[in-house]
Write a protein that binds this ligand. Structure first.
Ligand SMILES: NC(=O)c1ccc[n+]([C@@H]2O[C@H](COP(=O)([O-])OP(=O)(O)OC[C@H]3O[C@@H](n4cnc5c(N)ncnc54)[C@H](OP(=O)(O)O)[C@@H]3O)[C@@H](O)[C@H]2O)c1
Length: 307
């Protein structure tokens, strides 16, 4: 069931109209990957309900997505904190009331704590990650499956991240939350295997989004992130690349499957991508990615800064 090859099937995948007539919810969709997923879904014919916490950003994003797809009636939005079950339930109700059904739910909203020793974090930074990444995924999965399981169709797609299957020092809170998301998603897929609902986990890989370029670090640890300028250029992607795999997961191409555990690239795909980016760099077409790393004070015991 586990398949970590190059985003499979997507090379010959024709996106045109694949979600025509479907209703999709995408959380965390005012920027980054969520915005790219919303765009890809709209371009493929879906009606899309976007959500994030800031109402102004939601309204602006709805307006710009509506204008870009040429059919503003196919995009709506709601200010929602996924950490709050009542708000996620209201989001689900609004999406279902819109056209009487819901077909795809993507739990994409995710945050990280400042990079650094886990015990140096303010406890609120720790719980913030748990509330958004773990509770948010649970709430979205609950609301989506309440509707999808009785209908015997649809897709639930949960977004993974670094740490979903490995230990990540200095990003332990985030990494552990994504390990939880993966374990939870694949367990749900197993529990609801016979229902006809496709429940999938997807790791989008390193992306050049605010999440990475505008990150925070515990005081003394910002310098360790400087290499990201190069790493993000060579092995990072723009979010449109993984969004295409999410569209594929949401489409009929995965009909009859559940428990897919995908990454945007397998090893060979990643090497090819890095080589292409490297060549573009040598030719002067791209350069290092600009970072805005903000250091924040440690509130608990810190650790020696590695040489
Ligand atoms: N960037 C990467 O390299 C990378 C790599 C692997 C996995 N991922 C995962 O991919 C997903 C998207 O990442 P990204 O890079 O696109 O992040 P991003 O650019 O920071 O965007 C995050 C989005 O989530 C929203 N959000 C955050 N907390 C929320 C909450 N509690 N409730 C509702 N919305 C919330 C944000 O809007 P508001 O702040 O207005 O709420 C924003 O729209 C995350 O799950 C992340 O863990 C990212």
């Amino acid at each position: 069931m586990t398949d970590r090859g190059v985003a499979p099937g997507t090379s010959g995948f024709r996106a045109n109209g694949v979600l025509s007539g479907q209703v999709a919810v995408v959380t965390g969709a005012t920027k980054g990957l969520g915005l790219a997923i919303a765009r890809a879904f709209l371009d493929s014919g879906a009606s899309v309900m976007i959500a994030s916490r800031r109402e102004v950003a939601v309204n602006e994003t709805v307006a710009s997505l509506g204008a870009a797809c040429g059919d503003p009636a196919r995009v709506r939005g709601m200010a929602v904190d996924v950490a709050d079950l009542a708000q996620v339930e209201a989001l689900g109700k609004a999406a279902i009331d819109w056209h009487g059904h819901l077909d795809v739910w993507v739990n994409n909203a995710g945050i990280t704590a400042p990079y650094g020793p886990s015990m140096a974090l303010d406890p609120r930074q720790f719980t913030g990650v748990i509330h958004t990444n773990i509770l948010g995924t649970y709430h979205g999965s609950l609301v989506a499956l309440r509707h999808l399981v009785p209908r015997g169709q649809g897709r639930l797609i949960n977004i993974l991240g670094r740490g979903d299957r490995q230990v990540v020092p200095y990003l332990a809170t985030y990494g552990a939350s994504k390990a939880w998301v993966r374990a939870f998603t694949l367990a749900l897929a197993s529990e609801y295997r016979a229902t006809g609902v496709g429940i999938h986990a997807f790791n989008p890989g390193l992306m050049r989004t605010d999440f990475m370029t505008g990150t925070e670090a515990i005081a003394g640890f910002g310098a360790k992130l400087r290499a990201l300028r190069v790493v993000l250029r060579l092995i990072g992607t723009d979010p449109e690349v993984p969004a295409r795999t999410v569209l594929w997961l949401a489409s009929r191409a995965t009909e009859g499957k559940t428990g897919l555990d995908k990454a945007v690239f397998g090893r060979i795909g990643l090497a090819g991508h890095a080589a292409r980016e490297g060549i573009a760099w040598v030719r002067g077409k791209v350069g290092p990615v600009e970072l805005h790393i903000r250091e924040v004070p440690a509130t608990g015991p810190s650790a020696p800064v590695p040489g």
